[in-house]
Write a protein that binds this ligand. Structure first.
Ligand SMILES: [Zn+2]
Length: 175
């Protein structure tokens, strides 16, 4: 399963909601998890493999959650989310962010420190969880993807200038 990179128009497309978790979509989620682990990522959205279903997968290890590990202990991991919607942002965090579709590019991005996310799980049931810290960052990043938004869209003009050369190169070599 190839991960598409910046310049591929699918990354700017809003995803389509999923009505039910068919066996095919169940398998797609499993394949996306495999691709994410193989690439050493903590999240992957369907757009990143050239699909437009509203589906993303996330796995943030408890060890990376620091002071939030206990608060988020009840969140099932890996997170497989269909039709995720983020709401009720609280606080802010600024931290380094990268993306499997932007190899070699990273930048400081401001995100909410904590958000609520409502989604349909692999079992077709609806869930609502509150997430914090790095996990909240990953959720916001992946849900952005499903809205056709990538993390460089959230950079300031100055930050954008700093990565412009790398972005041009990625666009030239887009797959
Ligand atoms: Zn990404």
């Amino acid at each position: 399963m190839d991960i598409v990179t910046y310049g591929n128009p699918v990354l700017a497309k809003p995803a389509s909601p999923v009505a039910e978790v068919t066996p095919e979509l169940h398998q797609l989620a499993r394949d996306m998890l495999e691709a994410m682990y193989a690439a050493d990522g903590v999240g992957l959205a369907a757009e990143q493999i050239g699909r437009t279903e509203a589906l993303c997968v996330i796995d943030v290890p408890a060890a990376s959650q620091g002071r939030f590990a206990e608060l988020d202990a009840g969140v099932p991991m890996p997170l497989v989310m269909f039709n995720p919607v983020v709401s009720e942002p609280e606080g802010t965090q600024r931290g380094n962010e990268g993306c499997l579709s932007f190899p070699g590019v990273s930048a400081q991005v401001t995100r909410a420190l904590s958000v609520r996310v409502d989604y349909m799980g692999e079992d077709g049931k609806n869930y609502s969880v509150r997430v914090h810290g790095l996990l909240a960052r990953a959720v916001q990043h992946e849900v952005d993807h499903l809205n056709g938004v990538v993390f460089v869209d959230r950079l300031s003009p100055t930050q954008r200038m700093l990565v412009a050369g790398k972005l041009r190169k990625l666009k030239r070599e887009a797959k």
